[in-house]
Design a protein around this ligand. Structure first.
Ligand SMILES: [Ca+2]
Ligand SMILES: [Ca+2]
Length: 148
């Protein structure tokens, strides 16, 4: 019985943390973020976010990047690579966010982007920084919506 109670309390703590993350994101940026643990290729991740009325997350400041990394860590303690909405799939070397927002912040790993035409989609969390990677690989991802 005590174990059941402890598990309910743990679940409650988790829900509070979850709600807090969403609330903080809303207060800071007027946006809601959702971590999706299912590994999809980048194009399917883009489509999935759109079905949720959102886009793959764009990132516009170090504070927002930290918030997204905290969200990822909440669901994935290993903090594995995660898709964000940046790509140069339309034109090589021209990085664009899927939500159409301006590229006013990046946090590349020192040697990246290095993949040329073979790597057109961006993961965060490569040593906590961004890398270009092959769009066909399956990773978890973060969606963001402007109004929540
Ligand atoms: Ca490229
Ligand atoms: Ca790369």
């Amino acid at each position: 019985m005590r174990e059941v109670r402890n598990n309910i309390l743990k679940l409650f703590d988790f829900l509070i943390l979850f709600l807090l993350l969403f609330r903080v994101s809303f207060l800071l940026y007027g946006r809601c973020y959702k971590y999706v643990a299912t590994g999809l290729d980048w194009a399917d991740a883009v489509s999935y976010c759109v079905t949720q009325g959102a886009n793959l997350a764009s990132v516009h400041s170090e504070a927002e990047h930290q918030l997204i990394k905290t969200l990822i860590k909440t669901f994935d303690p290993l903090e594995f690579y995660t898709w964000i909405g940046l790509s140069d799939v339309v034109k090589e070397g021209r990085w664009m966010w899927t939500d159409g927002s301006k590229v006013d912040f990046t946090d590349w790993f020192k040697s990246d982007p290095d993949g040329g035409k073979a790597q057109n989609c961006v993961n965060t969390n490569y040593q906590m920084l961004w890398i270009d990677n092959e769009c066909s690989e399956g990773y978890a991802f973060v969606c963001a919506e402007r109004l929540c």
